[in-house]
Design a protein around this ligand. Structure first.
Ligand code: NCD
Ligand code: ZN
Length: 343
C-alpha cells in the first residue's frame, strides 16, 4: 500500500474506431466512451455513411449509446469520387475527415473506389483539399496479402504530390515502409493500432490459428513491428494512436470464413501503459494517445483524466448485450495495469 505505481492520461483519443450500429453499438460504444475523450468513427456501416442525413443520424445514435460519458464522436464520411463541392462544403463542419477504401479490400468496403488512379479520385480530392477536409485511407492493394501495404506506398506518394495541401492519413500502418514514408512528405500522417505494436503474423498463424487476432491489414514481420513500435515509443509527431478496434460477434470470428477485426477497446489504454512502461517510455504516451492527434486534427476537448494503476486486471472472456457479443483481445488473460478512476 502507498507505493502503488500510477499513471495519468489526459484526454486519450482513439483516431480509428469501428462502433457499428444497433445493439453492437450499444455494447461497444460505452467500452470506448468510458475511457477515451473522443474517437474518429469509421463509416463502413451497411450501407456505408454517404449522406448528411445518414451521418447526423449515426452521430446521434452514437451519442445516445455513449450518453453516460464525456465523449466526442468524430464521425467520417465514406469516400466516393463523385461528391460535389457544394455537398462537401455543406457537410464540412459535421465531419472530421473522409475515409477512402479500395473496393472490396476489407469489411463492408464493396462500394469503395475501383481505381486508385489520381485522375479517378481528383474531383472529390480537389474539393477536399480546398475545403481543408482530411483524407483517411485504407492503404492496401489487391496483391499478395503480406505485400498489400508495401505495394500501396507509390499510391500514397502520388496522392501526397498531387494534393500537397490535402492532409492524408495512412490508416492502421503495419510496415516499416509506411514509417519511412511518414518523414518523406509533409502532408502524410498515420495511425497505428495497439495490436500491430504487439503481434506479428506468427501470433496469428504461426501456431494454432488465432481468429481473434486476424485483421486487415494482416500483422506482418518482426522488423515491421519493431519499426512501428520505435515510432510509437518516441511519439513520432505524425503518428497517432488509432485502435482499429473492430468488433465482430463471436460466431463470425470462430467459424470457417473468419471476419477480419481485433476488438481491443476495453483493454487499449491499460495495455498501452503496460507496453510503454516496459520500454521506459511512459513520458511519451500522452503525446502518442492524445496531443499528436489534437495537433494534427486541431481538436479541442473538455478535460478528462484517466488514472491507471499497476494492478492485475483479468480481461473478460466475452462482452455481451442482448443478442450481441464480442470476444476481446487477451480474453481471459491477466494484464498488469487497471483503470483506477476517470475524472
Ligand atoms: C475492419 C472492420 O471489421 O470493419 N476490420 C479490420 O480487420 N480492421 C475494417 C478495417 O479497418 O479494415
Ligand atoms: Zn478499421
Amino acid at each position: 500500500m502507498g507505493n502503488e505505481m500510477v499513471f495519468e492520461l489526459n484526454e486519450p483519443l482513439d483516431m480509428h474506431l469501428h462502433l457499428r450500429d444497433a445493439d453492437m453499438l450499444k455494447l461497444v460504444g460505452p467500452l470506448t466512451s468510458k475511457t477515451f475523450s473522443g474517437a474518429l468513427i469509421m463509416p463502413n456501416l451497411v450501407p456505408p455513411v454517404t449522406t448528411k442525413e445518414a451521418l447526423l443520424a449515426y452521430k446521434e445514435r452514437i451519442k445516445e449509446a455513449c450518453k453516460d460519458d464525456n465523449f466526442e464522436p468524430f464521425v467520417t464520411l465514406f469516400f466516393k469520387n463523385d461528391y460535389s463541392y457544394e455537398f462537401l462544403e455543406d457537410i464540412k463542419n459535421d465531419i472530421i475527415g473522409i475515409k477512402l477504401y479500395p473496393a472490396g479490400i476489407t469489411t463492408n468496403s464493396e462500394t469503395g473506389v475501383s481505381s486508385m488512379n489520381v485522375e479517378n479520385l481528383r474531383p472529390t480530392l480537389e474539393s477536399m483539399s480546398k475545403l481543408g477536409i482530411p483524407l483517411c485511407i485504407h492503404g492496401e492493394t489487391n496483391g499478395f496479402v503480406m505485400d498489400r501495404e508495401k505495394e500501396f506506398m507509390p499510391i500514397y506518394e502520388s496522392l501526397a504530390v498531387a494534393f500537397p495541401d490535402l492532409k492524408i492519413i495512412m490508416e492502421h500502418i503495419t510496415t516499416k515502409e509506411a514509417i519511412e514514408l511518414l518523414d518523406k512528405y509533409d502532408n502524410l500522417y498515420a495511425t497505428v493500432t495497439l495490436h500491430h505494436l504487439l503481434i506479428t503474423l506468427d501470433d496469428v498463424a504461426g501456431g494454432m490459428l488465432a481468429p481473434h487476432l486476424f485483421c486487415k491489414p494482416i500483422a506482418k514481420r518482426p522488423e515491421d513491428r519493431t519499426a512501428l513500435l520505435n515510432a510509437a515509443l518516441k511519439a513520432h509527431p505524425k503518428l497517432m494512436f488509432g485502435s482499429d478496434s473492430a468488433p465482430h460477434p463471436k460466431h463470425k470470428k470462430e467459424c470457417c470464413g473468419c471476419a477480419a477485426g481485433v476488438f481491443t477497446s476495453p483493454i487499449a489504454l491499460q495495455v498501452l501503459v503496460e507496453l510503454f512502461e516496459k520500454h521506459n517510455c511512459l513520458d511519451k504516451l500522452n503525446a502518442f494517445v492524445s496531443t499528436n492527434a489534437k495537433k494534427i486534427y486541431d481538436l479541442n476537448l473538455t478535460n478528462k483524466t484517466i488514472k491507471l494503476i499497476k494492478k492485475d486486471f483479468v480481461v473478460p472472456a466475452i462482452y455481451e448485450y442482448k443478442n450481441e457479443n464480442v470476444v476481446p483481445m487477451y480474453a481471459g488473460e491477466t494484464i498488469s495495469w487497471s483503470i483506477e478512476s476517470i475524472n
